[in-house]
Design a protein around this ligand. Structure first.
Ligand SMILES: [Fe+2]
Length: 465
């Protein structure tokens, strides 16, 4: 039983270990996935298919409303040092960064190439790190363009202030990097809700001015960009994790059930052992009553019980069946409790009348046990153990397999003990004579199959004379 418990513990420990291993592998894979820095290069030639396959879709376009473009005139010195009025088109650009991945987008930044000469004027939703080529040297500074004038920020990039407008000149080859990381709420683009079209996105807007003539408001095209980002998978939202969780719950429930079954089994086993003890002690006590009435039996019932159990074992009965046979063997002569002592203890041969009274111990025993239902076949064993295989026995004269098997077993065990004991045969039979008796009564008094079995056990020493 202990080994069985150890086996169960080992089995559940291995399963738990596998679950932990599964979680560790999943955690390491997710961590590795989350650590990777990813880059997307964007150009005007990108096709719709390419965009569909990417983790992130970016759209860069001028806003296009009537108030989103305007004309601004600035006086600039010409090559002769004279001030000339120059016309600029002010345009608001919208850049949408849409998360198409099955993960959160974090730590992202967007670098936008400047296509031609223009002024950067404003940008919102974060800081712009503007890279400017000044006389062959790259100068850069990260600025929140909306607050530069108001907060009187020290700008060391080339710039000028026209009215309330900050104008930072940039040319082809310059670039600016949108840095959402300075604001937590901009730094993360949430994961799409599964099986829906609700994609999360961030919008980056900026204003630029470029030279224009007349009514021409054609916007400049910002088409070259580079996006750097990380994807972050949430292990708690992953199917694999949910599967592990379900397996863990199944494991936990199985462990609880196994513990409960183990406790109940131990309890039942304890109860069974107690019941077995009660039965055994009751039977032994009852056997004591019979022996007390007829002390000359000298442990006859106990020996018959032991021989009967050995026969049952030899016949291939189960452990429980063998125990049952043993108890019935113990009780086989219980009816003798109702036989007068003068007959039971009579040393001489019984008269025919006395013999008839003695024979009633079989039916008397059955009557005594009429309400005894806890051992199957006990009444059969008690009533029929003096039946003969040839039908000449008592009390009912049953023959062959009409006689219950238990009674046929006890019959052989009972007769062997009688022949082997001093009581019935004062000059009790020799081993050879007993064997001869068993063989000669094979098929008449005894069931031949049981006699063969018994003889084998006498031969191999399982039963001793
Ligand atoms: Fe008997």
């Amino acid at each position: 039983m202990e080994t069985e418990v150890k086996k169960q513990i080992r089995k559940y420990s291995i399963l738990f270990g596998l679950l932990v291993l599964g979680y560790v592998i999943l955690y390491l894979r997710v961590s590795d996935f989350n650590r990777q820095e990813r880059v997307i290069y964007i150009s005007a030639s990108d096709t719709e298919e390419e965009w569909t396959e990417r983790d992130i879709r970016i759209t860069m376009a001028p806003r296009g409303g009537s108030t989103d473009t305007w004309i601004k005139r600035i006086y600039e010195e010409d090559s002769n040092g004279e001030l000339q009025e120059v016309q600029y088109a002010g345009i608001i650009y919208d850049i949408m960064v849409v998360n198409q991945a099955q993960a959160k987008v974090v730590d992202w930044k967007l670098q936008i190439e400047v296509p031609d000469d223009c002024f950067l004027n404003n940008a919102w939703c974060g800081e712009l790190e503007i890279h400017q080529n000044v006389g062959g040297n790259e100068v850069y500074q990260a600025l929140d363009l909306r607050k530069c004038i108001e907060k009187k920020v020290d700008i060391h990039l080339n710039h000028k202030i026209e009215g309330t407008d900050l104008m930072i000149p940039v040319s082809k080859g310059d670039y600016f990097v949108y840095l959402p990381s300075v604001r937590d709420e901009e730094n993360v683009i949430e994961q799409r809700i599964q099986n829906t079209d609700d994609y999360y996105s961030k919008r980056v807007d900026f204003i630029s001015y470029h030279k224009t003539a007349g009514e021409d408001m054609t916007p400049m095209e910002f088409t070259q960009a580079k996006l750097t980002y990380h994807l972050e998978k949430d292990i708690l939202r992953m199917h694999a994790f949910k599967l592990l969780l379900v397996l863990f719950f199944i494991w936990a429930i199985s462990v609880i059930i196994a513990i409960n079954v183990d406790i109940k089994t131990k309890k039942l086993l304890k109860q069974r052992n107690r019941d077995v003890k009660i039965i055994e002690q009751s039977m032994t006590a009852f056997m004591g009553f019979i022996d007390a009435k007829d002390s000359s039996t000298n442990g006859h019932s106990l020996r018959v019980a032991q021989y009967s159990r050995k026969i049952a074992e030899k016949l291939g009965f189960s452990k429980e069946e063998c125990e049952r046979v043993y108890y019935i063997g113990l009780m086989h002569d219980c009816g003798k409790i109702g036989i007068p002592e003068n007959i039971l203890k009579k040393p001489d041969k019984l008269s025919p009348e006395e013999y008839e009274i003695m024979k009633t111990h079989t039916v008397l025993g059955e009557k005594i046990l009429k309400d005894f239902t806890s051992i199957d076949g006990i009444k059969d064993g008690v009533r029929y153990h003096h039946e003969r295989f040839d039908g000449k026995g008592y009390p009912d004269g049953l023959a062959g397999e009409e006689i219950p098997l238990i009674a046929r077993i006890i019959c052989v065990a009972d007769s062997f003990d009688a022949m082997n004991s001093v009581r019935c045969y004062p000059n009790h039979l020799s081993k050879e004579e007993i064997v001869e008796q068993l063989i000669s009564n094979r098929g008449t008094q005894f069931d031949g199959k049981i006699v063969d079995c018994f003889l084998e056990m006498l031969q191999d020493g399982t039963i001793e004379f």
